[in-house]
Design a binder for this molecule. Structure first.
Ligand code: CA
Length: 218
């Protein structure tokens, strides 16, 4: 999934980015409130990790702005330690969950999984679609009980398709999901990745919907 991380402390931002990417997500970063606010409004994300203490525009204002604009993606806020006022203000502004600093990365990942689960029809971190089983926690996949070796791009594509089996995803949606930066996007490469995934999955798993995109057969 596509996750936006807005954090101004460089070291923490880097730790968050590597942990969230290692969990199989595509990460986009912002280091101040204005940039983060803009990205969250114009691009689509499956979830946002939002620090409240940010330069240029504070996290609460960012969150209030999004909610006022109808942006409803799940948002996990990072609050200062022992500041119950910040937690209350954050939840009132439309946060879905909060975590007080300092926190364990494992806890952050667990809360992120919980937020993403609420979006998805799947009730647990292990998703099953016909013979394919995908563990969002370990970023691993099995087919008929056998582990499948996927590259991170292949995993991200499959995870998106499995998030909503039966739903058609256009090449540009898949490309946006795979490449956080506009400049890297090339929807032709999606065909290549879909082709590789098809070779690894049971033969009729991914269906091409002419003129529209691809879907996973449910
Ligand atoms: Ca901060």
């Amino acid at each position: 999934m596509r996750i936006l991380i807005i954090e101004d402390e460089a070291q923490l931002q880097a730790q968050l980015a590597s942990a969230v990417a290692a969990a199989g997500h595509t990460v986009e970063l912002a280091s101040d409130g204005q940039e983060g606010c803009y990205l969250g409004e114009v691009e689509s994300f499956d979830a946002v990790i939002l620090d409240l203490g940010l330069p240029l525009m504070d996290g609460l204002s960012v969150l209030r702005h999004w909610r006022a604009q109808g942006c409803s993606m799940p948002v996990l806020i990072l609050t200062a330690r022992n500041s119950w006022q910040e937690k209350v203000a954050g939840m009132d502004a439309g946060a879905d969950d909060y975590l007080a600093k300092p926190f364990h990365m494992e806890e952050l990942l667990a809360r992120l999984r919980a937020l993403l689960r609420r979006l998805s029809p799947h009730a647990s971190s292990i998703w099953q679609c016909r013979d394919i089983r995908l563990d969002t926690r370990q970023a691993s996949v099995w087919v008929q009980g056998q582990p499948l070796n996927l590259t991170s791009h292949e995993f991200k594509l499959l995870a998106l398709l499995m998030q909503q089996p039966g739903q058609v995803f256009s090449r540009s949606q898949l490309s946006e999901h795979l490449y956080p930066q506009d400049s890297e996007r090339d929807s032709n490469t999606i065909e290549v990745f879909i082709g590789r995934l098809r070779k690894k999955l049971p033969s009729d798993s991914i269906e091409t919907v002419r003129g529209m995109g691809y879907r996973l057969r449910s």
